[in-house]
Design a protein around this ligand. Structure first.
Ligand code: UFG
Length: 325
């Protein structure tokens, strides 16, 4: 059975990918330091507790399991926090990814699926962001992910690495069977925050700015169902297994929703009045990010099947209710 190391596999997106890996007949091995991930989210494959910055531990795990590939999710991934703690972001996201690459080289593991981000694009003046859109990140988080994209291209000259870079737009929703879901502490993402209001554990949603140059003044984002996102990782792995070489893809649902659109969808699904308050803009937030997913559709034969906003919110709501019960 083909083994895949899933760094950050106890986290939100990594745990959904581990589930699909096992379902598809792979052997996922979760490697996570549990700094933000959860032991309860590791239901598919063994858990090896360790940091990607711990070279000795990583090499030991790779020698034991002899993985064919690595899915690399482990990272710090909050734009706002990256503005406050840039060094921590560069250390974790860049420095420790280099340690991971060195361990892969030593263990002769040559396939990598890397979690990059739409934050690498900054605020492009295009309606749809394609893979060729110029990358000009506007915050340390986005810069840290872009640095790794560059490092991956260079690393191929040092050892026979092949990588697929997946640039996520806004991952959202939860496992359709509600076995796992989003659980950050503190929670900063818009959908779980709105659902906390519906559950009664938060009194209102702060809307970070209604003076953007968008139709309703709030920021527009492209939300992608976490299961669609996880599925793209499997297809990216198959891409590398077929010997097709390094590539990069944007992954979103392909539609833009404003903060008000998302709140409205949550009101409909939950039946709760969600009180809101307009607040100042959040530092580092671009006004509009929507993916062109044409390349992933064509090359990976992938399509976002669950990324309409009502399916995303319905699955997130099922999980929110279950996890708070
Ligand atoms: N928002 C609010 N109120 C909140 C939380 C969020 O108005 O309480 C707004 C934000 O300003 C933004 C939108 O809702 O306009 C979405 O915010 P999220 O925090 O849910 O997501 P982000 O777009 O900030 O972040 C996501 C990913 C990051 C990625 C980033 C790229 O989580 O990993 O997109 O911009 F880097």
């Amino acid at each position: 059975m083909t083994t895949v190391i899933v760094t950050g596999g106890a986290g939100y997106i990594g745990s959904h990918a581990a589930k699909l890996l096992e379902k598809a007949g792979y052997n996922p091995v979760v490697y996570d330091d549990l700094s933000t991930g959860h032991e309860w989210a590791v239901k598919w494959g063994p858990l090896e507790i360790g940091s990607i910055g711990d070279s000795e531990r990583l090499v030991g795990v790779m020698e034991r399991y002899k993985p064919d590939a690595v899915f690399h999710f482990a990272a710090q991934c909050l734009v706002g926090e990256s503005m406050q703690k840039p060094l921590s972001y560069y250390n974790k996201n860049v420095g420790e990814t280099i340690t991971l690459l060195q361990a892969m080289k030593q263990a002769r593991c040559h396939k990598l699926i890397f979690s990059s981000s739409c934050a690498t694009f900054g605020e492009p003046e295009v309606d749809l962001i394609t893979e060729d859109t110029i990358q000009q990140p506007i915050n340390p988080y986005g810069r840290s992910k872009l640095m790794i994209e560059t490092i991956l291209a260079d690393a191929e000259k040092e050892f026979p690495l092949n990588s697929v870079i997946l640039r996520y737009f806004n991952a959202a929703g939860g496992d359709p069977e509600a076995a796992i879901g989003e659980a950050h502490d503190p929670e900063t993402h818009i959908i779980p925050i709105i659902l906390q209001c519906a559950l009664g554990t938060r009194d209102k949603v702060n809307i970070y700015g209604d003076d953007y140059l968008t139709p309703d003044g709030t920021c527009i984002r492209d939300y992608i169902h976490v299961t669609d996102l996880a599925e793209a990782h499997l297809l990216a792995l198959k891409w590398l297994e077929a010997g097709k070489g390094s590539e990069h893809f944007n992954l979103g649902g392909g539609n833009g929703y404003s903060v008000y659109d998302v709140i409205e969808a949550c009101r409909k699904i939950t039946g709760h009045l969600i009180p809101t308050q307009i607040c100042p803009r959040r530092e580092g937030d671009p006004s509009k990010l929507i993916a062109s997913v044409a390349k992933a559709k064509k090359s990976l034969c992938w399509s976002p099947k669950m990324s309409d906003i009502s399916t995303i919110v319905a699955d997130a709501w099922r999980w929110a209710q279950k996890s708070s019960a």
